[in-house]
Write a protein that binds this ligand. Structure first.
Ligand SMILES: Nc1ncnc2c1ncn2[C@@H]1O[C@H](COP(=O)(O)OP(=O)(O)OP(=O)(O)O)[C@@H](O)[C@H]1O
Length: 278
């Protein structure tokens, strides 16, 4: 297995071409007052290719959500650059080229499932003119929610609600999809079901995905590459390619290749955690 040690790779040697969906270059970010600022992200550089699924994993507090917010254009880096499909992140966010799925579904309980998914289209009517949009009903059907369209969120399970939130994020047909532990609130069985549903959808709708998770099997099952972060300050420790064949089905969990990779990622994670605790 060939691992990429990005810590020794100069950022300028990373590819910059038309294949890149997300480009993060030498990004640093800190919080706190001038003079007492705590560096949360230190010189982070990576790319996500168009149509590539990349997970970000690392110890609590290493800056995964902070990084995701920078790539979403919700927060500004102190230094460095973020580009989406070759445009500065701010412009890409305004053009709705970035979809975001939060940890909790945040659906409006008084609107039906279909009306929740339609809502971003109504709110952004002006900005949506002349661009490709997804049909909310077709999207819901492709997420297995055809029979739930006219129900209210409170009538659905947690897993189904989260699927509605994912469908809603796809309604602008964004080039890049960012997901912050979207299945963390679900029990293991439900979580696995949602994970496989997302994978199936993505396999026929290849977007660049940045997926934050604490689950090693989830990162492996979904991803083309895994970015492993270290903490204090948050930085990339290693980028691990996932060379498992696609399309992937649940049976992949039981293969030797999956288990070997799982062992490798867990070990790498342990190493960065040991370093963090001195
Ligand atoms: N707005 C903020 N103001 C001050 N500190 C912040 C802010 N946002 C994040 N931090 C700090 O930055 C560090 C990284 O936080 P972040 O939420 O990005 O980590 P994480 O890797 O996503 O953690 P977890 O895995 O626990 O969700 C933490 O120490 C956090 O307290």
């Amino acid at each position: 297995m060939l691992m990429q040690d990005v810590s020794s790779q100069p950022a300028s040697s990373l590819p910059k071409d038309d294949d890149v969906g997300v480009m993060v270059r030498n990004v640093s970010k800190g919080f706190g007052p001038e003079g007492a600022k705590i560096t949360v992200l230190d010189d982070v550089s990576f790319d996500i290719k168009k149509g590539e699924f990349v997970s970000v994993i690392g110890p609590s507090g290493c800056g995964k959500s902070t990084l995701l917010k920078l790539v979403a254009g919700l927060s500004k880096a102190d230094a460095g650059q973020v580009e989406i499909n070759g445009s500065p992140v701010k412009a890409a966010a305004e053009a709705k080229s970035i979809g975001l799925v939060p940890q909790s579904p945040a659906l409006l309980p008084w609107r039906t499932v279909l009306d929740n998914v339609r809502l971003p289209l109504l709110i952004n009517k002006g900005a949506n003119k002349g661009r490709d949009l997804r049909d909310p009903e077709a999207l819901l059907r492709s997420f297995g929610l055809g029979n739930a369209m006219h129900k209210f969120p409170g009538q659905l399970s947690g897993g189904m609600q989260q699927r509605v939130a994912i469908a809603r994020a796809f309604v602008f047909d964004p080039a890049v999809m960012l997901m912050d532990e979207p299945f963390s609130a679900l029990d293991e069985m439900n979580r696995d079901q949602q994970r496989m549903g997302l994978l199936e959808f993505w396999q026929s709708n290849r977007k660049s995905v940045m997926f934050v998770t604490h689950s090693v099997p989830e990162a492996i099952m979904l991803s083309d590459r895994i970015i492993l972060m270290a903490a204090h300050p948050g930085r990339i420790a290693e980028i691990i390619p996932v060379d498992l064949p696609r399309p992937r089905q649940e049976a992949a969990y039981a293969t030797d290749a999956f288990r070997d990779l799982e062992g490798y990622v867990r070990n790498s994670l342990k190493k960065v955690m040991r370093e963090a605790h001195g």
